[in-house]
Design a protein around this ligand. Structure first.
Ligand code: DP6
Length: 421
């Protein structure tokens, strides 16, 4: 490190995806190290629609570690942030930037302070795995800044200590979090089962049911479950291990019916275990249940699953359609059942990959109003078309893992001051 007079700022910007579990993580065997009671499997979502961008910077002029989330300064004092920072600093290497004349020795990282700015392109804490993408991005970008030698799987074991589900965001495509056996957590890490190109026909539609803060955090919810639920042990010991094997096989063979059955049965069991927790936890609401019955009726009418659904710790539905044609038919059904409020325009109601809307033959609100009831509910007069229960839909697909954004225009910190732009 140079003298105190030096004013340089060194920074790295990276982008990291969110992920949705199709075999759920719920319950810890170690609260501090964040070690789970079962393996889990997730699909990484396309970062062009849902991701976190983080800029990390270091400078001899910084006098303490600071972080800004979506433009607002937040505290880094929490134990989970501190664990991640400590683990990364312990693995930091020498860094040299000849062009800027900067030389940082690995021991210098213990004294140097960091500025971190992070931005989610979707609402934080709306149950859309913002902490997963956020913690994964923090760890990934710091690892690049400090020149860590660890691969993404080893980095996942650090991200895991920020938030369990974050470890699965270190890879694109289909990812398994191995629960591991060691008490120190060294073998509790994410591995990639297949990349995003392996099964690229899949289309994902997310119904954002409520953009409000979620009621019970995953952390305290799963703690209560482990302490009070009589069913969770059966789930972790008997049910999940079998499903993990079957899910890996379904992904490998691109066997959609098996993939879908496992995903929705596992989501439903996770919510059953929440209900078995005392006091009970309700993450899904009436709208979530109506979405399930819309998909279930259609799947039953087709005699084989067309769409998988899964819900995390909130009411939002994540639906996975077997291909684009199915996704278009799904979108017609969703718009029939959950039309936008009269003052919402279609363009802000369906976001992300809007081409699915074209495939569905829907150009404007007139087309939405003209939608016929899907054949499977024709005789069911009780079906309501209630407006406003869904805030919006996001159309996306399986996507890639973390990347460094080398173009300076993506940076969230000013390269001269290291403060938010
Ligand atoms: C329902 O990773 O948010 O989304 O490890 O306490 O930070 P902590 O919990 P978190 O839990 C996610 C739970 C879930 C299922 C899943 O993603 O596997």
């Amino acid at each position: 490190m140079g003298s105190e007079l030096e004013k340089w700022v060194l920074m790295v910007t990276a982008r990291t995806p969110t992920n949705i579990a199709v075999i759920k993580y719920w319950g810890k065997r170690d609260e501090t190290l964040i070690l789970p009671i079962n393996d889990s499997i997730s699909v990484t979502l396309d970062p062009s629609h849902l991701c976190t961008t983080t800029t990390v910077s270091v400078s001899p002029t910084f006098d303490h570690d600071r972080m800004w989330l979506n433009g607002k300064e937040i505290s880094l004092q929490g134990g989970r942030f501190q664990s991640c920072l400590r683990e990364i600093r312990a693995r930091a290497q020498d860094v040299e930037d000849k062009k800027k004349g900067i030389k940082i020795k690995k021991e210098d990282w213990q004294k140097l302070h960091l500025h971190i700015a992070s931005y989610n392109n979707f609402p934080t804490a709306a149950g859309l795995a913002s902490s997963a993408a956020g913690l994964a991005c923090l760890v990934f970008s710091l690892a690049k800044l400090m020149n860590l030698k660890e691969d993404n799987s080893q980095l996942s074991a650090i991200a895991r200590q920020g938030s369990g589900s974050a470890c699965r965001s270190l890879y694109g495509g289909f990812v398994k979090w191995d629960m591991g056996k060691e008490d120190n957590g060294s073998d509790s890490l994410a591995v990639q089962l297949a990349d995003e190109k392996h099964w690229d026909e899949l289309v994902i539609i997310i119904a954002v049911v409520s953009a409000r803060q979620k009621e019970t955090s995953s952390t305290s919810g799963m703690r209560d479950t482990v302490v009070t639920s009589a069913l969770i042990e059966h789930r972790a010991k008997e049910v999940v291990p079998k499903r993990i094997v079957q899910m890996e096989d379904a992904i490998q063979k691109r066997d959609f019916p098996s993939f879908a059955r496992l995903a929705y049965r596992d989501s439903n069991q996770f919510h059953a275990v929440c209900l078995d927790t005392y006091p009970p936890i309700f993450y899904m609401n009436d709208t979530s249940h109506r979405i399930i019955s819309c998909v279930e009726k259609w799947n039953r009418a087709e005699e084989t699953p067309q769409v998988a659904y899964t819900f995390d710790a909130g009411p939002n539905a994540v639906m996975i359609a077997r291909d684009r044609k199915t996704a278009a038919l799904l979108l017609q059904r969703l718009l029939y059942n959950f039309p936008p409020q009269s003052d919402t325009d279609l363009d802000s109601y369906i976001i992300g990959d809007k081409s699915i809307l074209q495939d569905a033959g829907i150009k404007d609100m007139k087309d939405v109003e003209a939608l016929a009831p899907p054949p499977e509910i024709k005789d069911n007069i009780s079906t309501q078309r209630s407006k406003g229960d869904v805030s919006h839909f996001i159309c996306t697909r399986p996507g890639g893992g973390p990347v460094v954004l080398s173009d300076g225009s993506h940076a969230l910190l000013n390269p001269l001051t290291g403060l938010p732009k």
